[in-house]
Ligand binder design. Structure first.
Ligand SMILES: C[S@@+](CC[C@H](N)C(=O)[O-])C[C@H]1O[C@@H](n2cnc3c(N)ncnc32)[C@H](O)[C@@H]1O
Length: 251
């Protein structure tokens, strides 16, 4: 559905009850996740952040799908979520893991306004919102983990996100069924951008019908520098910076 379709946004229905899998991933914080699901189904739909057809599948496809990523996050790490939209996955991870320090990066004012209101309503103290594009944070903010879901093709996304990663840090791109294919297609570009290790991790197989596929990109001691154009391919099929990097260890 189109997010801007006012008629569709009027057809709101309540959030479904949380499935058993939700208790597994949210544990003691399930009540906060339930309130977040209610807000998504209500003002999230009426403000056009999420389509009304998503309401029946909010838990499986969105909340649990994102929350399972917490299993690969160390205790008390800092995380930047690029292109959060309605808070997926960054806000979900902040709910599931109060030890995390999460920054949501989102350029659209309508979305950042909704996110700020939602964070206040949920009483979360471990998550903040930055309005802008990932590229605007280059040189200003870094974290050990950068997440993104449904934001851009892997190569372009990596160009935006890798300059936000600390030494030995990771980009975790939630990619669904296309994960292995996208990684194979962009491996050479990713190595030129500074990725030292890459792999696809499958999470939540025992919890949701469609497990979460995450492309994990790990950098080394020398962190990637921003590149003009954010890692898109130029006419010669090289990263825009054009410099080749050896030592990639893509898997
Ligand atoms: C399709 S939505 C996905 C939202 C959310 N991650 C999800 O999984 O539902 C893509 C989001 O990325 C944001 N976005 C696009 N380009 C961006 C950029 N360069 N930096 C940060 N966010 C960006 C858009 O505004 C939009 O909210």
């Amino acid at each position: 559905m189109k997010e801007d379709d006012p008629a569709a946004q009027q057809r709101r229905e309540p959030a479904p009850a949380p499935p058993t899998a939700a208790r597994s991933v949210f544990g003691d914080h399930l009540d906060v996740a339930v309130r977040y699901a209610e807000l998504l189904a209500d003002s999230g739909v009426s403000h056009g952040l999420i389509g009304p057809r998503e309401t029946p599948r909010l838990w499986d496809r969105h909340l649990v799908n994102c929350a399972v990523v917490e299993s690969v996050l160390p205790y008390r790490t800092r995380l930047i979520d690029v292109g959060s939209g309605a808070g997926l996955p960054g806000l979900v991870l902040a709910i599931a893991r109060p030890d995390l320090d999460v920054t949501l990066v989102e350029p659209m004012l309508r979305r950042t306004t909704w996110l700020e209101g939602t964070i206040a309503e949920l009483g979360l103290g471990n998550v903040s919102v930055h309005r802008g594009r990932a590229q605007e944070l280059w040189g200003r903010l870094r974290a050990p983990v950068v997440t993104a879901r449904a934001v851009a093709k892997l190569g372009e996304l990596a160009g935006w996100c890798l300059p936000l990663v600390e030494p030995h840090g990771r980009v975790l791109a939630l990619k669904g069924a296309s994960a292995t294919e996208e990684l194979a297609a962009d491996l050479a570009l990713l190595e030129r951008l500074g990725v030292q290790q890459s792999r696809v991790i499958t999470l939540g197989e025992d919890l949701v019908d469609t497990p979460t596929r995450v492309v994990e990109l790990t950098v080394g001691e020398t962190v990637p520098r921003p590149r003009q154009g954010g890692g898109g391919k130029n006419r010669k099929g090289k990263g825009r910076g054009g410099r080749r990097k050896s030592g990639g260890d893509g898997r």
